[in-house]
Design a binder for this molecule. Structure first.
Ligand code: AMP
Ligand code: GLY
Length: 427
C-alpha cells in the first residue's frame, strides 16, 4: 500500500523509518517531511492545514492510508475531513482532539469523570482569576486554553505575574485562546505514558521522560523537548494500574458515551506525587522527542499496528518490544527556543556512518542544492539503543562530537534522573 505521513519533525522521521521497515508498504509520501524522510519517502511541500489541497495530493498519488503526526491538523479536524472523503486515516477525530486542543475541555472531562488532576478554575476574565487567587496558595500555573506551540503554560510565583500573563492571554496573545485555566502547582516527577486506542480497546504503547528546559540542570526557558529516554522507570506496575483505572479508562469511556471513540495514539502527561499519578495534560498524538525513543523499541510491524487500529482489531494484536533502552539527545540551533539562524550547513551528514543500534533522526532540516541545511530550532535527534542509560548517553555524546556542528548546542545531562549520581554529569 501507499502511505502518506503528515508532519516534518523528528517524530515524523522516526515514524517514517518504521513505516519503511514494513513489508506492507509500496511507497511513502511525506507532507512536507524533512531531509531525513526524503531518504525513504517522496516529500511533498504542501500546507498541511489546507485540507482541500492535501486531499488533491492524496488522490493524485493514490495514497491508501494517511498517518498524522502533529496536533494542529488533528485539532482542526483533518481526520473527520478525510473520513468524509473516504480516505483511511490514523488519528483521533476533532471532538476527541479537544483533549489537547482545549485545556478547559480536558479539565471538564477530569471533573465529570473524577480524574486526579491539579485543582483548577477555568477563567474567562480577570475577575475569575482574582477569585481563584484569593483562595489558593502560590505558585500557580497559568495555561492558555488553546494550542500555543508549547508557549502557553507559565508557572508563576507572584500574584502580579499571574495578573500580567492572564491579561495578555485575554487580550489575544495566543489567537486560539480567549480563556485560560488557572491551576494548582503540583510538585513531583513528570512522566509520559502512551496508549494506542481503537473503538473497542487500547494497548500500552510505552513510557518516556522528556526534558523540557533548554539548559542543563533543568534551567532556562521551556522548549519542545531537548531529549528523552524510554522506558521511564518511575512508572511502576502499581502506578500504571492507577494511570489506567483513574485516568485512561474514564477518559476513553467519556468519549464513548459521546459516540466519539478515540482512535490513535494518546499521550498521557503525568506528574507523579507520593506514588499518585495526576494528569497534567493530554496530547492526542505521539510526543516529540518521545516518539524517537519509543519507535526504535517497537518490534511489531508498525503499519500492521496502524491497520489493526483503523479496523478496530487491536484486541487481536500482540505488540512486542525490544528489551533494550533508548535515549535521544536533541541537537538544536544556537539561540533556540529564542531566535536562531536557519540554513546552516550540516557537513558530511549524508555520509555519516552509524552502527545498527544508532539512528540520527532529522527534525528541522532540508536539502538544497544537494546539501543538508538546518531549517528549524530542533535540528537532529541523536538516538541510540543499549543496555543502560549511562553508556547510551556516552555513546550519543560521542556521535554528536563526531558530527561537530558548530552552529548547534545540546544538553549533556539527558536522563540525569535515571543515571546514577556519580555518573550524573560528566562532560
Ligand atoms: P503542559 O503543556 O500542560 O504539559 O505544561 C507544560 C509543562 O509545564 C509541563 O510539562 C510541566 O513541566 C509544567 N506544568 C504544567 N502544569 C503543571 C502543574 N499543575 N504543576 C506543575 N507543573 C506543571
Ligand atoms: N515532548 C512534548 C510533546 O511532544 O508535547
Amino acid at each position: 500500500m501507499n502511505i502518506g505521513l503528515i508532519g516534518s519533525g523528528g517524530r515524523e522521521h522516526a515514524l517514517c523509518k518504521k513505516i519503511n521497515d514494513s513489508n506492507l508498504v509500496k511507497k511513502i509520501f511525506c507532507f512536507p517531511g524533512n531531509a531525513g524522510t526524503s531518504k525513504y519517502a517522496k516529500n511533498i511541500n504542501v500546507d498541511i492545514l489546507n485540507f482541500n489541497k492535501l486531499l488533491n495530493e492524496i488522490k493524485n498519488y493514490k495514497i491508501d492510508l494517511i498517518i498524522i503526526g502533529p496536533e494542529e491538523p488533528l485539532v482542526r479536524g483533518l481526520v473527520d475531513f478525510l473520513e468524509k472523503n473516504k480516505i483511511k486515516v490514523f488519528g483521533p477525530n476533532k471532538y476527541a482532539a479537544k483533549l489537547e486542543g482545549s485545556k478547559a475541555f480536558m479539565k471538564k472531562v477530569c471533573k465529570i469523570k473524577n480524574i486526579p488532576t491539579a485543582s483548577f478554575k477555568i477563567c474567562k476574565n480577570i475577575i475569575d482569576v482574582k477569585f481563584f487567587l484569593k483562595k489558593n496558595k502560590l505558585p500557580l500555573v497559568v495555561k492558555a486554553d488553546g494550542l500555543a506551540a508549547g508557549k502557553g503554560v507559565s508557572i508563576c510565583k507572584t500574584r502580579d505575574e499571574i495578573i500580567k500573563i492572564s491579561k495578555e492571554i485575554f487580550k489575544g496573545k495566543f489567537k486560539s485562546s480567549k480563556s485560560l485555566v488557572l491551576e494548582e502547582f503540583l510538585d513531583g516527577e513528570e512522566a509520559s505514558y502512551f496508549i494506542l486506542a481503537d473503538k473497542k480497546t487500547f494497548k500500552f504503547f510505552g513510557t518516556a521522560q522528556d526534558h523540557k528546559r533548554a539548559y542543563e540542570f533543568d534551567k532556562g526557558p521551556n522548549t519542545g523537548g531537548m531529549g528523552a529516554y524510554s522506558p521511564a522507570p518511575i512508572v511502576s506496575k502499581n502506578i500504571e494500574k492507577k494511570i489506567l483505572n483513574k485516568i485512561v479508562k474514564p477518559t476513553l469511556n467519556f468519549l464513548k458515551t459521546k459516540n466519539k471513540h478515540y482512535k490513535g495514539f494518546l499521550y498521557v502527561g503525568l506528574m507523579i506525587k507520593k506514588n499518585e499519578p495526576y494528569l497534567i495534560e493530554f496530547n492526542i498524538r505521539m510526543g516529540d522527542p518521545e516518539c524517537q525513543v519509543i519507535m526504535p523499541r517497537l518490534k511489531t510491524d508498525f503499519v500492521k499496528v496502524v491497520n489493526s487500529c483503523i479496523e478496530n482489531k487491536l484486541e487481536n494484536l500482540n505488540l512486542s518490544w525490544k528489551k533494550e533502552k533508548c535515549m535521544t539527545i536533541v541537537l538544536c540551533s544556537k539561540g533556540y527556543p529564542g531566535s536562531y539562524k536557519k540554513n546552516k550547513i550540516l557537513n558530511g551528514l549524508d555520509k555519516f556512518k552509524t552502527k545498527s543500534n544508532e539512528i540520527i533522526f532529522h527534525a528541522g532540516t532540508k536539502i538544497k542544492n544537494n546539501k543538508i541545511l538546518s531549517n528549524g530550532g530542533r535540528v537532529l535527534n541523536i538516538t541510540s539503543l543499549g543496555r543502560n542509560f549511562s553508556s547510551i548517553r556516552k555513546n550519543i555524546i560521542r556521535i554528536i562530537r563526531r558530527i561537530n556542528w558548530k552552529a548547534g548546542f545540546y544538553r549533556k545531562d539527558i536522563g540525569w534522573k535515571v543515571i546514577k549520581k556519580n555518573a550524573h554529569y560528566r562532560r
